[in-house]
Design a protein around this ligand. Structure first.
Ligand code: ZN
Ligand code: ZN
Length: 238
């Protein structure tokens, strides 16, 4: 008997022609759980993919949300992330589901996002090189797996092009300005994969787009290494 990956309820398997011929997709979540996931639809911000329907008009100009307008107004960040595609709205149910997946180590639950992530990738960024956002060694040790890597693996063969930088320099040695602006990028490109990054169109994979800062820092590191363009694919838009 199949069970829902999230709530463990028995999954109803209905006999149908699709099922008999094996073309019906296997369900991983029960109807109650899948019904709580909100797909992003309607007018979306052209860069970050957030729903503009939920925003007051003062927070968007019709195509971009005010956060993205701010990012694009800053020469340092202009065009760094071409587009983010998220599957779902980060609602309270998805928050719970993500916590179970990420923090409580339910590795298998990630599979519930696989199909929708793959179809979004196929429609928006097919044939791009997939790069998961890396965890720090400490986090990886704590969790036992990198959720971004699990998600990227369901879409294709990820290239582990990024790692967390270790900025050795002591805080006290930095100039006051550097401390305030936090100019150091938390990511660096791994030396052995430079060839795969140079001139490539890259899609970074992560679980959530929240402020967009993490994804933009990662994109910047890849662009500095010669990537042609960087977009991102995430399960949730926070
Ligand atoms: Zn369920
Ligand atoms: Zn936006």
């Amino acid at each position: 008997m199949k069970r829902c990956l999230y709530c463990d309820a028995h999954l109803q398997v209905r006999a149908s022609w699709g099922g008999i011929f094996g073309v019906e997709k296997e369900k991983l979540l029960c109807e109650k759980c899948s019904g709580k996931l909100e797909s992003l639809a309607g007018p979306l911000c052209e860069i970050c993919g957030r729903s503009l329907n939920d925003l007051d008009e003062t927070y968007h100009n019709g195509t971009l949300c005010s956060d993205c307008i701010r990012w694009e107004d800053d020469v340092q960040w202009q065009g760094v992330l071409t587009k983010n595609c998220s599957v779902y709205q980060y609602n309270s149910f998805l928050k719970e589901m993500m916590a179970k997946f990420k923090y409580r180590g339910d590795y298998a639950l990630g599979e519930a996002f696989g199909e929708s992530l793959l179809s979004l990738y196929r429609s928006e960024c097919r044939s791009n090189v997939l790069v998961p956002i890396p965890l720090s060694d400490e986090r990886l040790y704590e969790r036992g797996f990198n959720q971004a890597d699990v998600l990227a693996s369901m879409v294709g063969a990820p290239v582990h092009a990024l790692k967390r930088a270790h900025h050795e320099e002591k805080q006290s040695k930095k100039t006051r300005e550097a401390r305030i602006r936090k100019v150091e990028n938390p990511f660096v490109v791994v030396a052995g994969v430079r060839e795969q990054v140079t001139s490539a169109h890259i899609t970074i994979v992560d679980d959530i787009y929240t402020t967009g800062a993490t994804l933009r820092y990662a994109a910047k590191a890849l662009l500095d290494c010669g990537a042609k363009s960087v977009s991102s694919l995430t399960v949730a838009r926070g």
